[in-house]
Ligand binder design. Structure first.
Ligand code: PMP
Length: 383
């Protein structure tokens, strides 16, 4: 039986063009910090990847920090900004505003920062899985140092109103007095990268996380965009790589893969986005025609490659039935599944229907063919 992969939100398949770029680099001996020709060759690979990623994001190369993935990027951004601002404002109890549906790499870090004295203000989501910008504006106080809202949710596929949230943050920044701590907008853009135009500078984002394995690159490498001038205490200290912001010998093959993945997106993303949106429309139409199946969210507010559905059965059972039929999909999100607890994104919805039953996330993209969409609809009809 052929296997159909519908779990792009957990990890996108590696693009063969990306793999090719990595294979070549993986065989070069040396350390990119070495001054000899071999080292210089590796350094040039990192430089090129940095240029490519900076090009995709339309930011300065110096604002890119390569990391081990978006978990590290999120932790480094939150922890790094809070520690740096705490050093300059020791008398203030710093606060962080975050949405109720952030990835665990954000929510678990916020819990840890609370133990170290920071306060966290959670902004709810409405029934559409989206944060209301007014709620963000109301949650910000003179002690808020970070507003952390993801671009798009990994379970529901709901795209957040980033421009409006950014506007609320910008307004709050203007109200700051000379003695107040500064305010920064941190955004986890992991799920948005493969289809959305992610331009942090234009959107007033100060720190942005991304992961290569959600954009057809390899697992275990990612990046943090950190706007020039943002106070930052490095999480990983040592040899001073990445301009002192992230030490450790660079994952040159992985970084090369991330750079190549960015180059491909620069050329292909707009057209791919349209094709993926067409696939989603066909999928959602087919699913909604099945009795007892409900698809979450409006098309316009959803990532083109993600559809969360709830059926007559529990999400875990449905995912298992699909697995038996050779279809890989996740119940809730993979990260939550590992913990065997209800998805926090589902639990955050005001209407508990989706949380009670759970559901299945079908996510797809670059390598998904129309026939596969038909096959998954048939499988769910029979399930
Ligand atoms: N944020 C979001 C929204 C994600 O979906 C993921 C991946 N599941 C991460 C962060 C963590 O990324 P990584 O796997 O690169 O650590």
């Amino acid at each position: 039986m052929s296997h159909l992969y519908f779990d792009y939100a957990a990890s996108t398949p590696l693009d063969p063009r990306v793999k090719e770029s990595m294979d070549e680099v993986a065989l070069i001996a040396g350390n990119p910090s070495s001054l000899h020709a071999s080292g210089r060759m590796l350094r040039e690979k990192i430089d090129r990847a940095r240029r490519s990623l900076a090009g995709l994001l339309d930011v300065d190369e110096t604002e890119i920090i390569f990391t081990s993935g978006a978990t590290e990027s999120n932790v480094a951004a939150l922890d790094g900004i809070v520690r740096a601002v705490r050093a300059s404002h020791p008398a203030r109890r710093l606060r962080i505003v975050a949405s109720a549906i952030e990835h665990s790499s954000v929510s678990a870090t916020l819990a840890r920062l609370q133990e170290y004295g920071a306060a966290v203000d959670i902004v709810p989501v409405a029934a559409d899985g989206r944060v209301r910008p007014d709620d963000v504006a109301r949650a910000i106080t003179a002690d808020t140092v970070i507003v952390c809202i993801m671009w798009a949710n990994n379970v529901l596929g709901a795209i957040q109103p980033i421009a409006e949230i950014s506007g609320a943050v910008a307004e709050a920044k203007m109200k700051r007095g000379p003695k107040d701590p500064p305010l920064f907008f941190v955004c986890d853009a992991v799920q948005a990268m493969s289809t959305q135009s992610v331009l942090p500078r234009r959107l007033g984002i100060d720190a942005l996380s991304l992961s290569a394995h959600k954009m057809y690159g390899p697992k275990g490498v990612g990046a943090l965009y950190l706007k020039r001038g943002t106070p930052f205490a490095p999480l990983i200290t040592g040899g001073g790589q990445e301009a002192g912001r992230r030490s450790g010998t660079e994952n040159v093959a992985g970084i090369t893969g991330l750079g190549r993945a960015a180059e491909i997106l620069i050329v292909d993303r707009a057209a791919e986005n349209e094709r993926t949106a067409r696939l989603r429309r066909a999928l959602v139409d087919g699913l909604r025609a099945i009795r007892g199946v409900e698809v979450f969210g409006k098309d316009a507010d959803s990532l083109p490659g993600t559809a969360f559905l709830s059926g007559r059965e529990n999400g875990d059972v449905l995912a298992l039935k699909l697995d038996v039929k050779g279809i890989a999909a996740s119940a809730g999100s993979a990260c939550d599944a590992g913990n065997r607890k209800k998805s926090s994104a589902l639990a955050a919805l005001p209407d508990h229907r989706f949380a009670d039953r759970g559901g299945v996330r079908l996510s797809f993209g670059r390598f998904t063919r129309h026939e596969e969409i038909s096959a998954v609809i048939t499988a769910l009809r029979e399930a």
